[in-house]
Design a protein around this ligand. Structure first.
Ligand code: BES
Ligand code: MN
Ligand code: ZN
Length: 460
């Protein structure tokens, strides 16, 4: 059964009453005596994730599920998602007074609670299913859930099974589904086609570096999505300590996110011209590795002094951004697990983003609130530009001192976007550390539901 979709079988659906803590008294007052007594006797308080089956004359009549207090809902998202795994199997239909974005959040949470990373385990417990609630765009929610699941799957897949080659295959799969054109430049070809930094970062690995370039659509405004596809980040010769390397299979989280977003945009048939660029590399160690102190040429012609081989993401993105910029789309968006500093600044579940245009930023922030995909704007702070200028090259990939690490990385990337005035960049974490309703521990989409909602407005 497709657990990320709604049920279409209304014949035997049972009601699931969703009740907020503050609404429980009213709900009880509207029930018959037997139901009221049962719910009271069972001690049901409508706490987060609380479920109580409602018995009837011929067995199970329905169930009531708690949505917690206003404070609970301000602290957590997708609280209805936690009910799904506790309900008896079968088909349910929502009975509640939620509407608009709140109802959509509950329904999407339900779908996302059906996500499992089951590639390496054989456990397929059947799950309760839901009819699409009246008043939600069911197809849109299913599309969002499948885009999010794609991003999670790609991130969760370990580097043993998700190298540059497999990432290319995953991109080609998506392209096949939607009729995208795909062009891939691999290995030594990268140098010939003037993508020197993608080559330099990826050349130490036995698994060849590449640039995946996909396009779709022939009318409407144009947008380029650029995603960091570092399939594993050892840090290179500036090797990471073990604990910092442990999760680095997720360093292609930007690529996974732009692929998930691209799926959402194309599946909805958005009127736009879309280009997706993914530099896919492994930041490895060998005699071929690029070194601290090296000076690299870039596609744009700017030279870059390498002060830390672990600041590799901005290098591969820079060549991809320069290429995107040459095409002059209306908007360029990059997404990357770029800096540890971003996580230090805002923590793992808020996605910091940068925007050159205030209206674009405002549209994104309000969309993010509506779809509960939290983002926070950080500044392209001009006075810090001097921090990325080392003296013997045009740019420094890893400014000393470590101040404002996410901002200096964003400023670095912006140097490669000069023809396109509107640029947005997301420095994401891409990972859920502790399971929460609808968000199991593991790979995470960040900012893509917000972008999916905002892009039609942003692109006008
Ligand atoms: N992929 C890492 C950043 C990262 C680390 C993201 C942990 C999320 C969690 C990136 O390539 C990196 O290593 N950045 C360095 C840059 C520094 C050397 C200037 C960092 O942030 O420490
Ligand atoms: Mn790194
Ligand atoms: Zn990295």
């Amino acid at each position: 059964m497709p657990t990320l979709a709604f049920s279409t079988d209304a014949s035997a659906a049972r009601p699931l009453f969703l009740v907020k803590k503050e609404g429980l008294a009213d709900w009880l007052a509207a029930q018959d005596d037997a139901t009221r007594d049962w719910v009271n006797a069972a001690g049901f308080k409508a706490g987060v994730g609380e479920v109580l089956p409602l018995p009837g004359k011929d067995g199970l009549n329905g169930a009531i599920g708690g949505l917690g207090s206003g404070k609970d809902r301000a602290r957590g998202r997708f609280l209805a998602a936690g009910l799904r795994g506790k309900l008896p199997e079968g088909v349910w239909r929502l009975e509640c007074d939620l509407e608009g974005d709140e109802l959509a959040e509950a329904a999407l949470g339900w779908l996302l609670a059906g996500y499992r990373f089951d590639r390496f385990v054989s456990d397929s417990k059947p799950l309760a299913m839901l009819l699409p609630p009246e008043g939600v765009d069911a197809a849109m929610l299913e599309r969002i859930a499948s885009g999010e699941a794609l991003a999670r799957d790609l991130i969760n897949t370990p580097a043993s099974h998700m190298g540059p080659d497999e990432l290319e295959m995953a991109a080609r799969d998506l392209a096949g589904t939607h009729g995208m054109a795909v062009e891939v430049t691999t290995g030594a070809e990268l140098s010939k086609r003037n993508l020197p930094m993608i080559h330099a970062v990826g050349r130490a690995s036995a698994r060849e570096p590449r640039l995946i370039d996909m396009s779709w659509g022939d009318s409407g405004p144009s947008v380029a999505l650029v995603g960091k596809g570092v399939c594993f980040d050892t840090g290179g010769l500036n090797i990471k300590p073990g604990a910092s390397m442990q999760l680095m299979k997720k360093d292609m989280g930007g690529a996974a996110n732009v692929l998930g977003l691209a799926h959402m945009l194309m599946d909805s048939g958005m009127n736009c011209r879309l280009r997706v660029l993914i530099p896919a590399v492994e930041n490895s160690i060998s005699g071929e590795a690029f070194r601290p102190g090296d000076i690299l040429d870039s596609r744009k012609g700017l030279t870059v002094e390498i002060n830390n081989t672990d600041a590799e993401g901005r290098l591969v993105l820079a060549d991809a951004l320069a290429l995107a910029d040459e095409d002059r789309p209306d908007l360029i968006v990059s997404m990357a697990t770029l800096t540890g500093a971003a996580r230090v600044a805002v923590g793992p579940d808020l996605a910091p983003f940068y925007a050159t245009d205030d209206c674009d930023a405002a549209a994104l922030v309000s969309a993010a609130k509506a779809v509960r995909d939290p983002v926070w704007r950080l500044p392209f702070w001009e006075p810090y530009e001097k921090m990325i200028e080392p003296g013997i090259a045009d740019l420094d990939n890893a400014p000393k001192g470590g101040f404002a690490g996410s901002i200096t990385a964003a400023l670095f990337l912006r140097r490669f976007v000069t023809a396109v005035p509107r640029y947005m960049h997301f420095d994401i974490f891409g990972w859920t550390r502790e399971s929460a309703p609808g968000r199991p521990k593991g790979g995470a989409g960040q900012g893509i539901r917000a972008l999916y909602r905002a892009l039609p407005e942003i692109l006008g």
